[in-house]
Design a protein around this ligand. Structure first.
Ligand code: DAH
Length: 279
């Protein structure tokens, strides 16, 4: 009996080993890897066109001796409007329809409040730029977005004039768009500067002759600027008899659209790789 049992067990062992071997070979065959196939490529990310423009602007103003400052995106009404000479019922508020959190707090509508915050914490001379997101209750279309980026600049010192403003902004336009661009300062209105100007650059497409892109005027508006209003200096405790200054503010999306010939602001925020891969 025992001998028979051992014989059967031996036969079973042999058979099991045989089956295991067949299974293993089958698996090896099925799961074979062709190591000569090319691997899956990892897509390389790129720099967003807005970031490219902001970096370039930073570089230009740093080289001109400006410092980079920061301010909050959730801002007090006081800094966003009041201290910039835009009182509660002033019609200039209508241009910047806003996202209010309560009566005193809102999402900043421009980067100008950073000027006030910087002047409050230091005495002149001031040479600063600040870059950041701003928000306005605008419906999105090809030229509007409820969120956008601005670059703000401020210089305060003794004997600063409108001539300094023209010089600095002309250098900026030439470095940003090319030496052959012309710059024009048109009278404008901002409550926090006096005199104020709208700054235009000669059209990149028609070089000033007039075409569809520039509305046949030959010029494209790129920013607001002016000589800081003495009322603003009084708000921060600077003596307007002793100091003067200039300021400017521009939209990064607009600069990028002009620089790269982009006709719809929404392209910046839709994350379509076919668009983004071009930069
Ligand atoms: N804050 C203005 C706006 O968003 C732009 C601006 C105009 C800024 C004139 C300035 C300035 O600093 O001097 O419309």
């Amino acid at each position: 009996m025992n001998q028979t049992k051992r014989d059967i067990e031996k036969l079973l062992d042999i058979k099991t080993t045989e089956i295991e071997k067949i299974e293993k070979n089958k698996k090896l065959h099925e799961e074979s890897v062709d190591i000569t196939l090319p691997g899956r490529k990892h897509e390389r990310g790129g720099t967003h066109p807005i970031t490219l423009v902001l970096k370039k602007i930073e570089e230009i103003f740093l080289s001109l001796g400006f410092k980079i400052e920061e301010g909050p995106e959730v801002e007090l009404d006081y800094y966003n409007f009041e201290a910039l000479n835009i009182p509660k019922d002033h019609p200039a508020r209508d241009d910047q329809d806003s996202f209010y959190i309560n009566r005193e707090i809102l999402l900043r509508t421009h980067t100008s409040p950073v000027e006030i915050r910087v002047m409050e914490k230091q005495q002149p001379p001031v040479r600063m730029i600040t870059i950041g997101r701003c928000y306005r209750r605008d419906a999105a279309d090809s030229t509007h977005s409820p969120m956008f980026h601005q670059i703000e600049g401020l210089a305060v010192d003794k004997d600063i004039t409108f001539g300094d403003l023209k010089g600095v902004l002309t250098v900026f336009v030439h470095r940003m768009f090319g030496e052959d661009r012309k710059v024009r300062f048109r009278p404008g209105y901002f409550p926090f500067t006096e005199p104020s100007a709208e700054v235009d650059v000669s059209c990149l497409l028609c070089h000033g002759k007039g075409c569809r892109a520039c509305g046949y005027s030959g010029w494209l508006e790129i920013m607001g600027a002016g000589v800081t209003d003495p009322v603003v200096f009084k708000m921060v405790g600077y003596d307007p008899e002793k100091y003067s200054g200039f300021a400017f503010g521009m939209g990064a999306e607009r600069i990028a659209m002009l620089k790269y010939g982009i006709n719809d602001i929404r392209l910046f925020f839709e994350n379509d790789l076919r668009f983004l891969k071009q930069f």
